[in-house]
Ligand binder design. Structure first.
Ligand code: SAH
Ligand code: SF4
Length: 410
């Protein structure tokens, strides 16, 4: 864990915190998408291209000015109002209006940490209201991935997770989520030629079956909502950010390159299905009975296992897409063959893939990770049910950038 990691946690997070976090959201205390925390002005990075063009028209300008501005934001990588140069398609009057009506700033990098193998980088980012979040750049198996945060802290209180141990502070805005992706994209572009492990040339440690692409200018290709926070608890801002990141005139991330991981917020899963959102869904399971799951994941008391499985079936039936189920493997707790059989039985009628994550260390939980042989045994049992199952590589643990390790001090 980094020095910024959370202090020993209150062990009594859970239902009251989950309810109070959700109540705060309902009371409108948290930021709406497209707006900065606590402010009424829109943030440029929180607007879709269409919304930006609509604003331009409202202000009496042609849509083409907005298209030029979008290009400067997402393709030229402008980072401050002073970096925009007026020209025919983006006159000074237009820029003046934009910056008088909208916020435009980026979180500052308070700290950058690199893993010893060079494949993981973690950024501590400072938000406008002095709260901080962590964002992780992963580059292995020939993939460039940003692991982004969706909240400051988390209300869900999973016992083994450093973010949950911090408690909930607030939702991120869409702009704050987009800014994390832009930050990682910029790092990749800037370092692609100078740093072979983060950039273009094939890294020495790349897996041989996934040769690294030889892009001279590496770009961000994948996003996982597996950083700090529960993305489906901040649904509107997360989906707004995804719409912006997918825009083909911007970062142009493929929908199949975006994964949203949820602790099991049932209304959010149903909404993803109803809106036919074209992203991958990962559901954190960790227990295959209501009782065992609720002991690790307090949110399971609000959204019961039966209800969760119904929502998952509805999701796969509506979208014709499988769900990834995550299972943190804790030695002696949920890693025996009987647990694997229970998972197999639970998922037998759902198109599923299981990702096993050997427990990463956090200050607030003293369980141990399952050893490799135990993880293989779990996989073998799931194979008998025909369920594909992978074991997540343990990367970035030395800089506390692994699953569930992200946290910042007050
Ligand atoms: N809030 C979302 C996404 C963030 S956590 C969710 O819970 O799904 C991403 C994954 O890391 C989840 O599957 C989570 O259960 C898992 N995780 C949390 N703490 C962990 C730890 N200490 N070791 C291993 N996995 C952990
Ligand atoms: Fe929140 Fe996910 Fe951590 Fe649970 S595992 S506390 S839902 S971030």
């Amino acid at each position: 864990m980094s020095a910024e990691s959370s202090p020993p946690p209150p062990q009594s997070t859970s239902q009251s915190l989950i309810d109070s976090g959700i109540a705060a959201e309902k009371a409108g205390e948290t930021a709406a998408s497209g707006r900065t925390a606590g402010g009424g002005r829109p943030h440029l990075l929180g607007l879709t291209r269409i919304e930006l063009a609509d604003r331009a028209v409202e202000w009496g300008f042609a849509r083409v000015h907005a298209a030029s501005l979008w290009n400067e934001l997402y393709l030229q990588g402008r980072r401050a109002p002073s970096e925009f140069r007026p020209h025919d398609r983006m006159p000074a009057r237009f820029l003046e209006r934009v910056f008088s009506e909208c916020d435009f700033d980026f979180p500052g990098v308070s700290r950058e940490t690199h893993s010893a193998d060079g494949f993981t980088r973690k950024y501590l980012l400072g938000l406008r209201d002095a709260h901080r979040i962590e964002t992780v750049l992963m580059r292995y198996s020939g993939r460039t991935t940003a692991c982004v945060s969706s909240q400051v802290g988390c209300a869900m209180g999973c016992v083994f997770c450093a973010t949950g141990q911090m408690g909930y502070t607030r939702h991120l805005t869409a702009a704050e989520i987009v800014a994390q992706a832009l930050h990682v994209d910029r790092v990749l572009r800037a370092t692609s030629e100078s740093d072979p492990q983060v950039g273009g040339a094939a890294p020495a440690l790349a897996e041989p079956d996934h040769p690294s692409p030889h892009h001279r200018h590496e770009r961000l290709r994948n996003i996982v909502f597996m950083g700090m926070g529960e993305p489906l608890h901040n649904y509107d801002a997360v989906m707004q950010a995804i719409d912006i990141l997918r825009d083909s005139a911007g970062l142009a991330l493929g929908a199949q390159k975006i994964s949203v991981s949820t602790v099991g917020v049932v209304p959010g899963i149903r909404r993803l299905a109803a809106e036919k959102r074209p992203v991958y869904l990962a559901v954190s399971l960790h227990g295959a009975t209501q009782e065992e799951r609720a002991a690790l994941v307090p949110a399971a008391r609000k959204w019961k296992l039966d209800e969760l499985m119904d929502a998952c079936r509805e999701y796969t039936a509506t979208l014709g897409r499988r769900i990834f189920f995550e299972w943190t493997l804790i030695e002696g707790k949920n890693d025996g063959p009987e647990h694997a059989h229970a998972v197999g039985a639970l998922l037998k009628d759902i198109p599923a893939q299981v990702n096993l994550i050997p427990l990463n260390p956090t200050f607030g939980y003293d369980g141990k990770p399952t050893r490799p042989a135990g993880a293989r045994g779990f996989q073998d049992v799931l194979a008998t049910y025909g369920i594909p199952c992978t074991v997540r590589q343990r990367r970035g643990i030395d800089i506390a950038a692994g699953c569930g390790q992200l946290a910042v001090a007050g």
